[in-house]
Design a protein around this ligand. Structure first.
Ligand code: PEP
Length: 252
């Protein structure tokens, strides 16, 4: 089953206007320099979306946000609706990142509602799952990830609308990564759970990204795994060279 690799950058809460424009311009230049066999996505903070969209004009780099509300509009002070993101030029939205699950108490049920709202607005969701260190050390990784997939992915979801990102919480920003065997174990299990939930054909088409301390140096090994269809990159996506070299080293 051939799935197009995705190289996605999660800029998190980083960058003022000038930083965002410079980073986007550097990504644009690098992406335009050669023909790539992958889909690039950058997910800046809300405040940079408009400037980054303008800076990326003409480059094959999709724009994504890092969260959205479930409603189209209304009395939700401080929130951003999926329709607003679509209107701004986004095609993706990251949902259920472990930092949002922890900082904002987002449950898998909420993530699912957001994914449904995103689809309604015409956005594709990058749904994050992953175990904590305590869960890994107590042997619960596969159960936790399976449960998060079952509960976060909308029933009837299509590969065209949803991408899964497996991000072990303990690997995010820590410089630590699971072994290649551990990554493949989770990804193949996630695909089995997706097959039970969505059918084998849809599960076979759905991309499952790995995220957590991906760097140019470990990209080739991680992204060569059978069920790994790309990377969600935090820290390394803030340097255009590192972001692009992850794609290059993965043979994209
Ligand atoms: C992330 O937060 O999505 C992430 C993968 O971060 P990092 O690459 O910095 O570990």
């Amino acid at each position: 089953m051939s799935r197009k690799m995705m190289i996605a950058g999660n800029w998190k809460m980083n960058g003022l206007q000038q930083d965002g424009v410079e980073l986007a311009a550097a990504v644009k230049q690098a992406v335009k320099a050669k023909k790539w066999n992958c889909e690039f996505v950058v997910c800046p903070p809300f405040t940079l979306l408009y400037a980054v969209k303008k800076a990326l004009r003409g480059a094959k780099v999709a724009l994504g946000a890092q969260d959205c509300h479930t409603a189209e509009k209304g009395a939700h002070t401080g929130d951003i609706s999926p329709l607003m993101l679509k209107d701004l030029g986004c095609s993706y939205v990251i949902l259920g990142h472990s930092e949002r699950r922890a900082d904002h108490k987002e449950s898998s049920a909420m993530v699912k509602e957001k994914a449904i709202a995103a689809k309604k607005a015409g956005l594709k969701a990058i749904i994050c799952i992953g175990e904590t260190l305590a869960e890994r050390e107590s042997g619960k990784t596969l159960d936790i990830c399976a449960k998060q997939v079952r509960e976060s992915v909308p029933d009837g979801a299509k590969a065209a609308d949803v991408v899964i990102a497996y991000e072990p919480v303990w690997a995010i920003g820590s410089g630590k990564t699971p072994t290649a065997e551990q990554v493949e174990e989770v990804h193949s299990q996630v695909r089995k759970v997706l097959a039970q939930k969505l059918g084998k054909a849809e599960a076979g088409k759905m991309r499952i990204l790995y995220g957590g301390s991906v760097k140019p140096a470990n990209a080739a090994q991680m992204l060569a795994l059978e069920d790994v269809d790309g990377a969600l990159i935090g820290g390394a996506s803030l340097k255009a060279d590192d972001f692009i070299n992850i794609a290059a080293n993965a043979g994209c």
